[in-house]
Design a protein around this ligand. Structure first.
Ligand SMILES: Nc1ncnc2c1ncn2[C@@H]1O[C@H](COP(=O)(O)OP(=O)(O)O)[C@@H](O)[C@H]1O
Ligand SMILES: [Mg+2]
Length: 390
């Protein structure tokens, strides 16, 4: 897409001159003969750079225009043109956030240089903005994590109270004698019991964070992860198939962290399936864990038949904050956190696309706790073989 530049000047010769020059340099140029008209065009086109004369007779001048623009859109770069000797307005222009000023008559080389500097500024500004948004999002997530632990704990109390009140009600004559009422009440009670279980699980889950490494069966964190999502898979019509090999050798793992990886994989698979089947029948998730044939390591992961990995995004999936989901839905942290966890285990993490739009998100961990799989050629060869037969 072309970079858009808006030229605001009351003098037609000046406007046309700059426009011709910039169009020759392949910019998309808009012109306005007053600040007011400039604002209208700004609304429609949101140009990247505005070049405006400061003094325009009648109406708004360039400084006021600058102020208005910077208020609405701080990232828009404004270059002002001042008359010879008008240093005072030049200084106030810079104070008000102009990226530069030029003294008339305009030297075109200087103008082009100013534009390229302004675009550079804009790039940096945008990068800082994204970082700021990402930091705020991270802070919010941390706060939400802290909150949910507390909330889960506090919700337990009222839930228990409600359950026992319902138990009490069910013993009353009105309920023992009226079957319809009684059944409804039992249904209500069941839902509260279910709420209680969810809250308990959440509380347990948030309390598990301390962890630590120990010898253990990788099937444990896998089943625990699945358990947390059982109800969701039911509600979303997702069929879960377990293919966990018996008698897997023990691994040296932090099982709560591995559980987090599994939960992240599962949640992603759920989202992918939802996006394709819309909670209708047909979604399927296969959970695998097996010893590799040609290398002393365990390969585990999840195959789903949801929407394919968005093409062009393959390289970025494991980057922090990379998400293709709507705001509020994805955080873009699941895979990046998972990748840190697996790296801490000296293992590898990745995904492959399979036949029929399915894909396998996997991690591999060596049986030998001191072995780092990441730069091991023999392992990678064995992995490719292994993935080939899926
Ligand atoms: N099973 C999957 N199927 C298709 N795309 C996936 C799958 N898992 C992850 N992705 C892609 O990777 C992106 C990053 O995933 P993740 O780091 O967990 O962040 P989030 O789920 O919050 O978007 C997702 O937005 C999605 O585009
Ligand atoms: Mg995710």
């Amino acid at each position: 897409m072309k970079i858009k530049i808006l030229v605001v000047d009351d003098q037609e010769i000046q406007r046309v001159e700059i426009q011709t020059l910039l169009e020759a340099k392949n910019f998309e140029v808009f012109v306005a003969k007053s600040a007011e008209q400039g604002l209208e065009i700004f609304d429609l086109q949101t140009p990247d750079v505005i070049i405006s004369d400061i003094s325009m007779p009648g109406g708004m001048d360039g400084l006021e225009l600058l102020e208005k623009i910077k208020n609405m859109s701080p990232e828009t770069q404004v270059i002002l043109l001042t008359g010879y000797g008008d240093i005072k307005s030049a200084i106030s222009a810079l104070k008000k956030g102009a990226s530069d000023y030029l003294i008339k008559p305009v030297n075109f080389d200087a103008l082009l240089l100013n534009i390229s500097r302004a675009l550079e500024n804009q790039k940096i500004y945008r990068q800082l903005k994204t970082q700021e948004v990402q930091l705020l999002r991270a802070a919010k997530l941390t706060a939400m994590g802290e909150l949910s632990a507390g909330v889960a704990h506090e919700m337990n109390q009222p839930l228990m109270a409600i359950s026992s009140h319902i138990e009490g009600l069910l013993l009353q004559d009105e309920f023992t004698q009226n079957l319809i009422l009684k059944n409804k009440m039992i249904k209500i009670k069941d839902q509260f019991v279910r709420l209680g279980t969810i809250v308990k699980r959440m509380h347990e889950y948030s309390g598990q964070r301390i962890g630590g490494f120990a010898e253990g069966d990788v099937k444990r964190p896998i089943s625990d992860g699945i358990f947390l999502l059982t109800q969701q898979f039911k509600d979303h019509n997702i069929n879960v198939i377990l293919e966990l090999e018996e008698n897997l050798p023990a691994l040296y793992i932090d099982r709560y962290q591995i559980q987090d990886v599994v939960v992240n994989f599962l949640v992603n698979a759920r989202d992918a399936v939802d996006e394709k089947f819309n909670q209708q029948e047909g979604g399927q998730i296969r959970v695998l864990a097996r010893k590799m044939k040609d290398f002393p390591a365990i390969l585990a992961g999840i195959i789903d038949n949801g929407i394919a990995v968005k093409s062009g995004s393959e390289e970025n999936l494991f980057d922090p904050f990379f998400t293709t989901k709507a705001p509020g839905k994805g955080t873009g942290l699941g895979l990046s956190v998972s990748s840190t966890i697996i790296r801490n285990h000296k293992g590898t993490i990745g995904f492959v696309s399979l036949k029929n739009e399915r894909k396998f998100f996997y991690f591999a961990l060596a049986l030998d706790r001191d072995k780092d799989l990441n730069n091991d050629a023999a392992f990678h060869k064995a992995l490719i073989e292994e993935l080939g037969i899926l």
